[in-house]
Design a protein around this ligand. Structure first.
Ligand SMILES: C[S@@+](CC[C@H](N)C(=O)[O-])C[C@H]1O[C@@H](n2cnc3c(N)ncnc32)[C@H](O)[C@@H]1O
Length: 524
């Protein structure tokens, strides 16, 4: 059974520069268990670490079990005492037997430890333990979007969130625990809810049926800015960088069923994830263009002649992704054998459990993986990203009937944000086709009021890079989210573009990439 050995591997070892998620979702450690299971097991064990250590130390059975290291004993005793199905291994498994042999002692110590804390139930005990040792990183709420294609806010409040207090602020929710029935209704994005950071809805029917979608607040801005107001009335749309598909499905929920959304994704593997995400969301008007490079789509092709709205959310540095979550540091039970634990990975005998992963599980992992921050952001990489990002939006500018575009990143860097806007506004295609920014006063209610706008001090960076400065109105049109603050968002940037002048009949689209940029500061 690889789950416990794999969890021990994640917790052991010396590669402390990796974040918790990258250790689990990356492939450096060659783990075989499902990342979602590993993540849950380790996080839950870490939550009750002090209590588990106390029970194990008092039960004093490690000296009799050569197979059990202190880390393994914490993980296994956690599941033995707290998991619904107990230890996730066959009854004859060595590790399971090593713990269950001592179940009478463990149960006795568990009960004593609970009564010492004057807790009548396990629920009371868990709540008290969380108050005694609050988990270190709990500042981001868990954002959940109610999928209007399959449900409604009122339905969900009456079912999945029945009994929840709904008048909390986002900060209050961010400080609460999953067991507390409290939520905040987002004031900026319709159908968006903030819940406790450790709230887990992935086992609910509403989630498995696609009625609830886990999506950060900031990530809801692009589709809402593009199509949230009645004035913009999209015809067909393109999501040019679509996988895993959160923004595509949000866009589908915002527009009428008679429009087609072309969801384009360059990467073949991610295209499959996109396809299942779209199916799960019930978005019947989305046409997935698998393994399709957006830059290779001919804007003049007859298929796209009714495309009025485009959403561009390209690959970026991910520098806005909130706080690296470190691998939990566990306080270990006393090891009477005084053996130094190095790694739990070595046993060649162990059988790795290779169950097939369901599409939903793969999807959950991908959504998480998209949010895995890359910390190696150097100037050259930023320059390359900035160039590609601008190229993608310029390509979007060339669609003959296009009138509205959003560009977004989960980056905090000026190079990927305000600089890209400056480059785009200076580009030949923007000038000839009449593209400008979507001014704040014309933005949809909710985002118009959002207080964080383009960085006023971006000017010095733009000047340093030889780009044209943005006017105060242009900067005010840009929307930023700052990571780690009271808003509970990750770092994010979005800018809308509208086509106000030039020929929008669809006949003048002779855009040529070689028309080139007026700005030429970076090269690939
Ligand atoms: C930041 S992710 C998009 C996340 C997505 N919008 C969502 O909300 O779920 C960027 C995606 O764009 C894809 N991509 C990057 N360049 C592309 C291109 N030229 N054409 C199509 N897809 C591209 C990447 O493979 C990646 O899946």
């Amino acid at each position: 059974m690889s789950l416990y050995y794999d969890a021990a591997t994640v917790l052991s070892g010396s590669t402390q520069e990796d974040s918790f998620k990258s250790r689990i979702y990356g492939n450096k450690l060659e783990l075989k268990s499902k990342p979602a299971h590993l993540y849950a097991l380790i996080s839950e064990t870490a939550k009750y670490n002090h209590f588990l250590k106390e029970v194990i130390d008092n039960a004093a059975f490690l000296s009799h079990e050569s197979k059990l290291t202190p880390i393994l004993s914490l993980l296994l005793v956690h599941d033995h005492l707290f998991a619904k199905g107990g230890i996730a291994a066959p009854s004859g498994h060595t590790l399971r037997r090593a713990v269950e042999k001592h179940k009478a002692r463990l149960q006795a110590e568990f009960t004593k430890a609970r009564l010492r804390r004057k807790c009548a139930t396990v629920q009371d005990l868990k709540a008290l333990l969380l108050r005694e040792h609050p988990p270190a990183q709990r500042s981001q709420p868990r954002w959940i979007r109610v999928n209007a294609l399959k449900s409604s806010l009122s339905d969900q409040l009456a079912t999945t969130f029945k009994g929840y207090r709904t008048d909390a602020t986002i900060s209050e929710v961010a400080r609460s625990f999953g067991a507390t029935k409290v939520l905040a209704m987002d004031p900026n994005i319709p159908d968006l809810l903030a819940l406790a950071p450790d709230a887990d809805f992935t086992k609910t029917n509403a989630y498995t049926d696609g009625k609830l979608i886990l999506q950060d607040k900031a990530s809801c801005f692009p589709a809402y800015l593009l199509a949230g107001d009645n004035d913009s009335a999209p015809n067909d749309c393109i999501d040019g960088c679509a996988a895993p598909g959160n923004k595509t499905s949000h866009l589908a929920a915002l527009i009428s069923g008679s429009s087609t959304i072309y969801a384009c994704e360059r990467d073949g593997r991610r295209s499959k994830i996109l396809q299942s995400m779209i199916e799960k969301s019930g978005a019947s008007n989305v046409n997935v263009l698998s393994a399709q490079d957006f830059l290779s789509i001919d804007p003049q092709h007859a298929r796209y002649k009714h495309v009025t709205h485009l959403l561009l959310d390209p690959s970026c540095s991910g520098s806005g992704i909130v706080g690296r979550e470190d691998v939990p540091k566990l306080i270990l039970p006393t090891d009477p054998r005084m053996q130094k634990v190095t790694t739990e990975k070595g046993s060649k005998k162990r059988k790795r459990d290779q169950q097939d992963r369901t599409e939903t599980e793969v999807l959950d992992e991908e959504v998480e993986a998209e949010e895995t921050r890359d910390t190696t952001t150097d100037a050259t990489r930023l320059q390359k990203l900035s160039t590609i990002q601008a190229k993608l939006v310029e390509h979007a500018f060339a669609f003959p009937a296009a009138t509205r575009i959003t560009y977004s990143t989960c980056s905090v860097h000026v190079e990927e944000n305000e600089l890209v806007v400056s480059r785009l506004l200076s580009s030949a295609v923007a000038r000839t086709r009449g593209w400008g920014v979507l001014r704040r006063q014309n933005q949809v209610a909710g985002l118009r009021e959002w207080k964080h706008r383009g960085l006023v001090d971006a000017g010095s960076k733009l000047a340093e890079l030889g780009a044209e400065l943005l006017t105060p109105q242009d900067l005010d049109a840009c929307i930023r989210c700052h990571p780690g603050g009271d808003d509970g968002t990750m770092g994010f940037f979005v800018c809308g573009f509208v086509r106000s002048t030039g020929d929008i009949s669809g006949e003048d689209g002779n855009h040529n990439q070689a028309d080139g940029d007026a700005w030429d500061g970076f090269s690939d």
